[in-house]
Design a protein around this ligand. Structure first.
Ligand SMILES: Cc1cc2nc3c(=O)[nH]c(=O)nc-3n(C[C@H](O)[C@H](O)[C@H](O)COP(=O)(O)OP(=O)(O)OC[C@H]3O[C@@H](n4cnc5c(N)ncnc54)[C@H](O)[C@@H]3O)c2cc1C
Length: 385
């Protein structure tokens, strides 16, 4: 396949690193639900997870197109960046809204990998998509916020030192503007783990290290509040374009992996004395998935271009996430169909990637919510929720 690729050198060196982690490695991690620590350690050593951290804080200070290329290549190689992608972008809230002191304290250690900031606690069991309905509370008492409540689906909490937490600091009934009253905290989980913070693993259909968090009077020093109290929702939203772009890049990587795998198999597999790829019934779903992937990739590139110009590409980033997730799913569907029964055998990786690719139509934002965003903010229709 002759893709128009940018950042070729970075892609080649990421592909080289990934080639040291065979399909057997990913299959073993998947089967035993093991965190791919060796892979994450290698990525950290090379500085890839610090791509977006400015040089003055010890990062690479590179634009989002480079981070997107890194994540795409990991997925295109058959790996999965979900174990560590948040180390790349969760720090964005701190970078944009933290004080100089907070940035100097945390960012250099995050850049070196000494501190892992890859847990992001927003979703709660009873609020779900409706973030403004979250009830985990943080009350200021003697220079400390005391946190009580529960989060769900906090990925990688067991493999993170720090947690970016969104909690309610003003009860809903006391706020004038409905987006006020929530605040962001950087929580050093090492200090409270198994005391006022309990982490429980959630078993999922793919290897994802997701957890539930339970806070019971968890103290958070006042200096760990990011920005202004009550403005946390806006701070979290300000990172959404980057998150959408980076997840969309992973979807493109997955789509390319499925398409490359399908075309090779369709050429090699002989049934009725000829390659199955000679049948248009086998070719067309793959060709269609390829067309979908290329179109989605163009939308993603336009989101990246606008983002790097400093604009707010809400429309393009949401479209890219929607289309790239759909393209990877079409590619996954055509791949498992092309493989027939072998698609279900662990040794071919298709079933593993198939399970992994499905997530992106639900998290970090579901397809419906992107369609609601487009309906309201792009097409000017009434708000539906
Ligand atoms: C593996 C995994 C990892 C995750 N990691 C994290 C993480 O690290 N941190 C974190 O905070 N969260 C995380 N999440 C949570 C994720 O962001 C949510 O699952 C997602 O936002 C949907 O919320 P929900 O599951 O509560 O679904 P619900 O809000 O209960 O929605 C259920 C369904 O109803 C639809 N729906 C709801 N309201 C509307 C509406 N008004 N219009 C149309 N459709 C609607 C949704 O689209 C969805 O399909 C993760 C989830 C998973 C599965």
């Amino acid at each position: 396949m002759n893709y128009e690729l940018d950042n070729i050198e970075v892609r080649e060196s990421v592909a080289k690193l990934c080639s040291n982690f065979s399909n057997d490695y990913w299959q073993t991690c998947d089967r035993s639900r093991k965190y791919p620590i060796e892979f994450v350690t290698e990525l950290s050593k090379k500085g890839y997870l610090a791509t977006l951290i400015p040089e003055e804080y010890g990062g690479l200070g590179l634009p989002i197109s480079v981070a997107a290329a890194i994540l795409e290549e990991i997925h295109r190689s058959g790996g999965n960046a979900s174990a560590c992608h948040a180390q790349m972008y969760t720090m964005g809230t701190l970078l944009r809204h933290g004080s100089d002191q907070q940035k100097r304290k945390y960012l250099p250690k995050i850049a070196s990998g000494q501190l892992r900031l890859q847990a992001f606690g927003v979703t709660e069991p009873n609020s779900g998509t409706d973030t403004l309905a979250l009830t985990t509370s943080a009350k200021l008492l003697n220079n400390k916020y005391i946190v009580n409540g529960q989060k769900i689906w906090t990925s990688r909490a067991e493999h993170s030192d720090l947690l970016m937490l969104l909690a309610r600091t003003t009860p809903k009934r006391e706020i004038k503007n409905k987006t006020d009253g929530l605040s962001v905290f950087i929580v050093d989980m090492r200090k409270v783990l198994n005391k006022s913070l309990i982490i429980k693993n959630i078993s999922t259909m793919m290897n994802h290290s997701s957890t539930e968090l339970f806070f019971d009077n968890m103290p958070v020093p006042v200096e760990n509040l990011i920005g202004l109290e009550g403005k946390g929702f806006k701070y979290i939203l300000s990172g959404m374009n980057a998150e959408r772009i980076l997840i969309a890049s992973e979807c493109i990587g997955d789509a390319k992996w499925f398409i490359e795998k399908s075309t090779k198999y369709a050429r090699d597999r002989k049934v009725f004395g000829r390659a199955i790829g000679m049948n248009q019934g086998v070719q067309f779903p793959i060709a269609k998935a390829y067309a979908q992937m290329r179109a989605a990739e163009l939308t993603l590139k336009s989101a990246i271009r606008l983002y790097e110009k400093g604009q707010n590409p809400g429309e393009e980033a949401n479209l890219a996430k929607l289309l790239c997730a759909e393209a990877s799913w079409s590619a996954a569907e055509s791949c498992i169909q092309t493989f027939g029964g072998f698609g279900f055998a662990e040794e071919y990786d298709v079933e593993r990637k198939y399970r992994e690719a499905r997530l992106y139509q639900v998290a970090p934002i579901s397809t419906n919510l992107i369609l609601s965003y487009i309906s309201e903010h792009v097409l000017g229709m009434p708000r539906s929720y």
